[in-house]
Design a binder for this molecule. Structure first.
Ligand code: ZN
Length: 264
């Protein structure tokens, strides 16, 4: 399984052994916290530079800052061994109730940059992609593993609702957009599908596209066959791309696939 790398992630690590970057490692990431900077018009670079200048003044940190230009990783998360960052007050209990642990030990923090000088469409696209990529990277379910800071700290925080609203977006759609991005960017290899061997002859209903090596319309078309054509199949994948709720795709002896809804 691979994940489409739509955007580069740039490592710009804070100096280690400072308050903001203790260097403490974690090998168990259980969830992701969606933040915004709370500071309109400050860019990803502005924020990381500020963190670096004040690295010994405060403990607060986050792993990533995202704006319209770039994704900056300032505490190692995916580019090097994952380290802890302090992005949710430890005394709050909501993270423990929801995920069984403190965010500062087992969660990645992602900060959204917004403001009049930041292209909201670009920044939002990168933010959504990064959250989806982190779910892939840490093997998390994108539908339940991302939580807004405001949910973990409703006393004091409104992020990322505040920043998203500034961009004409909202939190409910963020979670939906991340899940959709995740499924669009996931590319299963041919061996990742659940294959059932069952030789059979299938008859094409109407013109049917045969897809190269993958049970998905994202794969290119290797050929198109006419109604009535008989196709000999080796078996089928049960978990190809779902079309009208049907994810069964037949496999030909050359490794190509076609959707089962197109034959009888
Ligand atoms: Zn926050």
């Amino acid at each position: 399984m691979t994940f489409r790398k739509k955007y580069p992630i740039t490592a710009k690590f804070l100096t280690a052994n400072s308050k903001r970057r203790s260097g403490a490692k974690t090998n168990e990431i259980k969830f992701i916290v969606a933040h915004d900077t709370g500071n309109p018009s400050s860019t990803a670079k502005n924020n990381v530079d500020y963190y670096e200048r004040t690295r010994n003044d405060q403990y607060a940190a986050a792993h990533f800052f995202v704006d319209d230009k770039e994704i900056l990783e300032c505490i190692p998360a995916v580019s090097e061994d994952t380290e802890k960052a302090a992005h949710v007050k430890r005394r709050r209990v909501e993270d423990n109730l929801l995920y069984g642990d403190d965010a500062n030990d087992v969660a990645i923090g992602v900060e959204y940059c917004f403001g009049n000088n930041i292209d909201a469409d670009e920044a939002y696209s990168k933010y959504v992609w990064l959250l989806a990529y982190l779910c892939y990277y840490f093997k998390l379910n994108p539908t339940i593993s991302i939580v807004g800071h405001f949910i973990l700290d409703y006393h004091d925080r409104t992020d990322p609702i505040f920043g998203l609203a500034h961009s004409g977006r909202d939190y409910g759609n963020l979670l939906k957009d991340v899940a959709q991005e995740y499924y669009e960017c996931i590319n299963k290899g041919t061996s990742d599908y659940n294959f059932v061997e069952e030789k059979a002859i299938k008859t094409v209903r109407t013109r049917l596209n045969i897809r190269k090596q993958m049970p998905s319309v994202k794969a290119s078309i290797s050929k198109t066959v006419n109604a009535g054509t008989e196709l000999e199949v080796l078996g089928y994948a049960t978990d190809g791309q779902s079309i009208s709720g049907n994810s069964k795709w037949y496999k030909l002896s050359n490794g190509d696939y076609f959707w089962s809804g197109g034959v009888y």
